[in-house]
Structures are given as C-alpha cells and as structure tokens.
Design a binder for this molecule. Structure first.
Ligand code: GUN
Ligand code: ZN
Length: 490
C-alpha cells in the first residue's frame, strides 16, 4: 500500500504534503470548507472553483434528519453532498461540546460514517474546553482514549480514521494524549477543542498547545487544527506543523456581513473600498456589495477566495523557504497574534530540528527575527569555529585588515563568522544596515561566546560610532575594542 501522507517540502515546522483518500489525493496545507447539510450558502459542487480540494460536513446532522439519513444510506455521502472529491465527516462531538449531550453512541456514529462512505471518519471524542479542572480534563481524556481505541479496531479499511488530541489547556495532557494516540496509528490527528481559544484571541496559549501536541505525535503524521478558519492565523499554525484546517467562518461571517482579509475582518457596512481583487471584489464596488440582494452569498464567495489565496501564498512561501517571514508579517496584524509569534519562537530549538539546513535567503523582518531557528542554529554551531593568532571582527572592510591572521564579518543578528563565508547561506542574509536592539543583543552575545571559546586568539572588534549597547562593555573585556573612525584616521 502506498503511504497515506507524503511530505514533499518543508520549512520551519510547515510542510507541503499529499494526503491520499478514497476519493482522491489532497495537497496540504489546505482548508476544508464546512458544509452544513441543511443550509448551503454556496453549492458544494462549485467549491473546487474557489480552490477547495476536500470538504468537511457533520455526520451527526445527517444521521439525525430522516430525509438526509435515507439519501446518505441509499446513495452515499458524495451523492447527498453533490461533491465527488474527498469529504471528511465530524461525529457530533461539536454538538456534544455545545449542548452537553448527543443522541448517538460512538459505535453508532462510526458505523454510520463508514456506511455512507466518508473519506475521513471522526470518532465521538470529548472536546474538553479550556481552563477546566485538571481532574476533569484527565477523566474525559480517558473516555476519549477508550472511544478512539474502539474506533481503531472498528475502522480498518480504505477509509481514513482521525484520532483527535484533547487535554484542555494542560500541555502535559496534550503531549501525553498525542503520544498515546501515536501508537494507535491514526491516519489524521485533529487537535480538538481549540475553538474557544481562537474565539478569544488566546493565540499564545494556542501556540503552546499545538507545539505540545505536535511533540507527542510522529513528525510525519498529518495534523488538523479543528475549527480554525480565519486565514490571518493559517501561516502561524502551518509553521507549527498543522496541515488541515476547516472553515465555517466563510459562511458564518458572511451571514453577519463580515468580510475576511488576511489582516483581520471588516464589517461590510464600514467598508468604503474593497481591498481585494477576487472576482467578486473586481465586479462590485463596496456600495454595491452592501446593497446586493445576495450579499450573504457574495460575501461568502469573497471569504472563500481570500481563504484559499492565503493557502496558495503559504505553499509558495514553503517552497521558497520564506514561511517564517510570512508568519512575522501576518502576526503584526493583531497584538494578540504578535504574542503568538513571540511564543512560536520560544519553540525555536524544536523548530530548528525540523527546519531544512539550507533554504532561501534569510530576510530580517523585525525584532522577532532575531529568535528564528536559523539564528539559534548558528549560536549552537559556534564550537565549530576555531581561531588562533590575531583576529579582526568588523562589519565592513577596514584599512590595514590584511595584517590580521583572520578576518571575521560581524552581521546582526548572527554575530561574527569568517569573512570567506559571507555569500554562503545563512550569512548571505538581508539585514538592515543599522541593527535594532534585539538583533545587536543576539549578535553580541554570540560574539562573546565565540571569544570565550577561542582563548588563544587575540580579538580586535571594530565598532561603529553610532552603535550603542551595554554588551560592548563585556566585549571590551575580551577584545581590543576600537572605533572604525580611529582606525581609518591612523
Ligand atoms: N469541532 C471543533 N472542535 C472539535 C473537537 O474537539 N472534536 C470534534 N470531533 N469536532 C470538533
Ligand atoms: Zn474579494
């Protein structure tokens, strides 16, 4: 049997992959538009026109409604939905989290999803909300685990089975749950009960939670972030290793008159211009869109276009090794997302292990760029350099540098490295001429480390007049610190 998930390209924790299902192969990362079997704002058949490769719907809604259940059992899910590509089905767990109970058992809903021909089946997991008592999170996790064990024995054919990772906001429970599920070998791993975190902009906690879950899972398993549908946070989640998203947002937002962009959401009533070039926004003015009889449908379509445009951009960035630069840009659209970005880089040691050793040129995008995995990697590899004799550290060539045994280039946020390597990745980085405080801090700390590692070398550090930093005092204890001007005028 061919592998179900194949990874083709990687950048940071993100990847481009192929997921094989009975109704065809899907390229990830991607978003599954949520189709409500009762109300269809946009016909599933046309979803491919927006870029959708796979849909998700709720098997519990179909199961509960006689007319729908009958068609699904007689003709199959794909005929009912009028879509011939892959369809994932949820189990009713979401209803369980909203209403507290459902009128179906795990076995019943699994059997139903299997019979109607779902491509990705979800068991009846318990979505434990954030911030509950540890004991409750632990107990519910135990029930979820038992149900998933049953599901794994039950579903063994062509259809894919998802194993949701729960554990509320407890990182140890998330990692443990993920690690246990890994042994049951699910084809897809959704991270569950994160909707309340996203609704309240708790992105920093979301980052920790995704990272903890990912650390427990196999790095080659596909991961679905359940209920994530706003494109402004896709790149952040992809960088952490999420491959699948599902969006009800395109329709729910349209119903409320909300217009999605990668930088946040506008209420259509407040828009004077349409900042997008999708077919809808090219055809209508803001005034026309507001007044259109089919406003909800038009907004839903724009929301889908905006969602899939971001997915394509993310994939291109992965190809180019530029994913983290996109994440840094996107996370500047909301202070709470910026917290998420800072949190992402607290996991740089882990990301560094996943990040390709060479990739596209590093571009400095702001203070957070100083904590990227590439910079951390350089810091870890300083031991590889060994110097003796007179060593000059400078940013640009200086007069008389030929008199030194070794010349090092100083480039923030890296630090000092042999000048012969300046065109080599990652030292070919594009950085501002005048580094900010964070970049200079990282570079000076790395340089100090290099000096301590090479006690036999005699360092001269050429400093620019405008460079101010408390660490220069420390540098002066380990090197002969001179101003460029003083050297040039000699
Ligand atoms: N939809 C949103 N969150 C969840 C979850 O945790 N589990 C399931 N099955 N569906 C969801
Ligand atoms: Zn548009």
């Amino acid at each position: 049997m061919s592998v179900i998930f194949e990874i083709l390209d990687k950048d940071a924790g993100g990847r481009i992959g192929k997921l094989r299902t009975p109704h065809g192969t899907v390229e990830t990362p991607t978003v599954m538009p949520v189709i409500n079997p009762n109300i269809q704002l946009i016909s599933p058949r046309t979803m491919k026109d927006f870029g959708a490769e796979i849909l998700i719907t709720n098997s519990y809604i179909i199961y509960r409604k006689e007319e729908l259940r009958k068609i699904a059992l007689e003709k199959g899910l794909h005929k009912l939905m009028d879509f011939d590509g892959p369809i994932m089905t949820d189990s009713g767990s979401f209803q369980l989290s909203v209403y507290g109970s459902v009128e179906v058992t795990n076995e019943e809903i699994l059997g139903f999803q299997q019979k109607i021909g779902s491509d990705i089946i979800v068991p009846l997991d318990i979505p434990t909300p954030p911030d509950v008592h540890y004991k409750r999170a632990e107990e519910e996790l135990g029930i979820t685990y038992e149900r998933l064990e049953v599901a794994r024995k039950f579903i063994q054919g062509e259809q894919l089975l998802a194993g949701p990772v729960q554990g509320s906001t407890y990182l140890d429970l998330r990692e443990k749950a993920a690690f246990q599920l890994r042994n049951l070998k699910f084809e897809v791993y959704p991270l569950g009960a994160v909707v309340p975190l996203m609704e309240t902009y708790r992105y920093a906690e979301l980052v920790d939670l995704v990272a903890a879950s990912k650390k427990g899972l196999s790095p080659v398993s596909p991961v679905h972030l359940f209920g994530a549908g706003h494109p402004m946070m896709f790149s952040l989640a992809v960088a952490l290793g999420c491959d699948l998203f599902d969006s009800a947002a395109y329709a729910l937002y349209a119903k409320d008159g909300r217009y999605i962009t990668v930088n946040g959401t506008y209420h259509v009533e407040k828009l004077n211009y349409l900042p997008c070039f999708c077919p809808i926004c090219s055809k209508y003015t803001a005034q026309e869109l507001k007044k259109a009889d089919n406003r909800e449908e038009l907004l839903g379509k724009h929301n889908l276009y905006a969602t899939f445009a971001e997915i394509r951009l993310i994939k291109q960035c992965i190809k180019d090794g530029k994913l983290l630069e996109l994440v840094e840009k996107r996370c500047r659209s909301h202070p709470r997302l910026l917290e998420g970005l800072k949190k992402l880089y607290t996991h740089s040691h882990w990301l560094e292990q996943l990040d390709p050793a060479t990739k596209g040129t590093y571009f400095y995008c702001g203070p957070e760029s100083s904590s990227r995995p590439e910079i951390l990697r350089f810091g870890k590899r300083l031991e590889r350099f060994s110097f003796e004799g007179s060593v000059l550290i400078r940013t640009d060539p200086v007069k008389g540098e030929g008199n030194y045994d070794q010349i090092l280039n100083f480039k923030a946020p890296f630090g000092a490295f042999p000048v012969e390597m300046e065109e080599v990745y990652p030292f070919n980085a594009e950085v501002p001429k005048f580094p900010d405080y964070e970049a200079l801090s990282t570079a000076l700390l790395n340089t100090l480390k290099l000096m301590v590692l090479n006690p036999k070398a005699e360092f001269t550090f050429v400093c620019e007049k405008e460079s101010q930093h408390p660490l220069f005092e420390e540098i002066s204890k380990n090197a002969n610190l001179v101003y460029r001007e003083a050297l040039e005028n000699k």
